[in-house]
Write a protein that binds this ligand. Structure first.
Ligand SMILES: *[C@@H]1O[C@H](CO)[C@@H](O)[C@H](O)[C@H]1NC(C)=O
Length: 287
């Protein structure tokens, strides 16, 4: 009998052991010390020159991608997911995208997902808050209260156990006094240059916010390649197997580590379903 009680206890302990983004090792790591592979322009799915991904957002999440960027534009007062302009590519409302993320988080209770939303049209931040509320995603959104230093971030385990499993950033026009969980991207991160056409990704310079210090910031590496077609830059699908290979991602990461003495927090990829993105993520996290 005691053996069976013991067996049950061991079983119970195993079942209760927390897993964070698929790895118990990540539970004790601060959010600011975790590396994520990101899907650049995650909702722009297809094979048009204005598309950046081949598989939809739910598939990206199922694949293990936990950092999604989404570009928004104002379309007659609605927040729409459009690439550069809604005349070029319009894939629907931000609210539908947020609903997809909410549904996925409902079904995957040990996962922390980050959204980086761009707001080039300076749409009122309260409207973004309304879209989160309409699908119930605001309930999952992590709100730090005060501005965090890089060492203040909670661990993934804390985010999972408190059920604050979506972290939200916006590039421009965030205002945490109005919507506390939509954080100012460039207060917390810097980014390397984007729209490169050099498939060797030969540098890891700080591009935005220009003139800022790398110290105290997390950082995002734009490891997505464009090809120049008569002066128009489009995502280079043909090169994606090379761009998204473990060796290409780690080669640029090594340049970054050399500059900043720490691993990238985010490596953004186009066509994330091609190549070794998740293997690179595990590698960067030392798993
Ligand atoms: C996390 O911390 C370890 C140990 O200091 C460091 O080697 C690694 O680069 C850090 N990763 C990130 C993304 O900050």
């Amino acid at each position: 009998m005691w053996v069976s009680v013991l067996t049950s206890l061991v079983f119970l302990a195993g079942a209760l052991a927390l897993d964070c983004n698929g790895h118990s090792e990540l539970c004790d790591r601060k959010y600011s010390n975790v590396s994520f592979i990101g899907a650049h322009n995650s909702p722009f799915v297809g094979i048009l020159p204005s598309d950046n991904q081949l598989e939809d957002v739910e598939d990206q999440l199922n694949q293990g991608v936990r950092f999604l960027t989404a570009q928004t534009h104002d379309k007659d007062g609605a927040i729409q997911l459009c690439h550069t302009s809604c005349a070029l590519l319009d894939v629907g409302t931000l609210q539908d995208f947020l609903g997809t993320v909410k549904t996925w988080l409902d079904g995957n209770s040990n996962e922390v997902v980050t959204l980086l939303i761009t707001n080039g049209d300076a749409i009122d931040i309260n409207k973004f808050g309304d879209a989160f509320k309409a699908v119930g995603l605001d309930a999952y959104a992590y709100s730090p209260g005060d501005t965090l230093t890089i060492d203040d971030w909670p661990t993934l385990g804390t985010l999972v156990s408190s059920n604050k499993r979506v972290v939200v950033f916006m590039d421009y026009h965030a205002d945490t006094s109005k919507v506390g969980y939509i954080l100012d991207e460039f207060q917390y991160y810097f980014e390397t240059p984007f729209d490169t056409t050099d498939k060797n990704f030969p540098q890891c310079d700080l591009d935005r916010p220009s003139g800022a210090s790398a110290d105290g910031r997390m950082y995002i590496v734009n490891h997505n390649l464009d090809v120049d077609i008569f002066g128009i830059l489009i995502p280079d699908l043909a090169e994606a197997p090379n761009t998204n290979s473990l060796s290409s991602i780690l080669a640029q990461s090594d340049l970054c580590i050399n500059n900043y003495r720490k691993d990238p927090n985010v490596v953004l990829l186009d066509f994330v379903s091609i190549g070794d993105g998740i293997e690179a993520q595990d590698n960067l996290n030392g798993l």
